[in-house]
Design a binder for this molecule. Sequence first.
Ligand code: SER
Length: 320
Amino acid sequence: MKRILITGALGQIGSELTLKLRELYGADNVIATDIKKNDSETAFSGPFEILDVTDAKRMMEIAKKYQVDTIMHLAALLSATAEVKPVFAWNLNMGGLINALETAREVKAQFFTPSSIGAFGPSTPKDHTPQDTIMRPTTMYGVNKVAGELLADYYYHKFGVDTRGLRFPGLISYVALPGGGTTDYAVEIFYEAVKHRSYTSYIDKGTYMDMMYMPDALNAIVDLMEADSSKLIHRNSFNVSAMSFDPEEIAASIAKFIPGFKIDYQVDPERQRIAESWPNYIDSTAAKEEWGFKFDYDLDRMTQDMIKKLTEKFQLKKPG
Ligand code: SER
């Protein structure tokens, strides 16, 4: 990775990944793109171009203009939004992906795109979900992710594009909010905890999903992309998870740092249905064995850091 093009750079992952890659590889070598510009540090700390990922011609032009050798394709609609606009989701998620893969093929770039726990479905084994298992998702987002994994593997086998991917769990961070995912409750809960010491969850108690703190997700992307290609048996995509909890467990962790924190429930049937179709916890052994996946944050460590960072962000009095 020497010159990197990022799509969806102002989204939940991109906002932080762009800054990390600029630190590691030099600000001018990381070209951020998104459909709109905002006033964030990500948009102004290095090259930025407006790019709608369904515009294949413009994507190719930008890749050639900057002579990129790596493409990180992050632009996509998340699970709950994709259920509201399934045709738009198909067009954006699949159209954007094939444009990005074609661009990578043409400019001979290494390629990364995230998959998700959403690629699994109700018939997938729920506990210790293996790397290679049944994948019959029942959401548009999941259909896009499975098709995307297969397409990225196809580009590797057919055209020799060095494609790599991660099946991310819910990602938790204090920088950019996720937009329209099912796991978003595990981010919102921290904002509400810091501001109001209480949270009404749209996901029911007893619903377990995999999660990961953003710094671990960013390290995983860099480690996978820097991994020795000859060691990779799998490519698209690797199971990676740092923790699994239900709303009661995350609430209990928050209450350790914000005494008196309360959770109650108003379940959203649609997002609950999506959550129930996903695994309880996935097995990350292949990622550990093939490229040394590791993580630093468990639930309590993440909770402590999220509360500290959000308290600073809102310049609130220390909780407790
Ligand atoms: N966080 C994503 C979502 O909930 C899962 O990949 O849609």
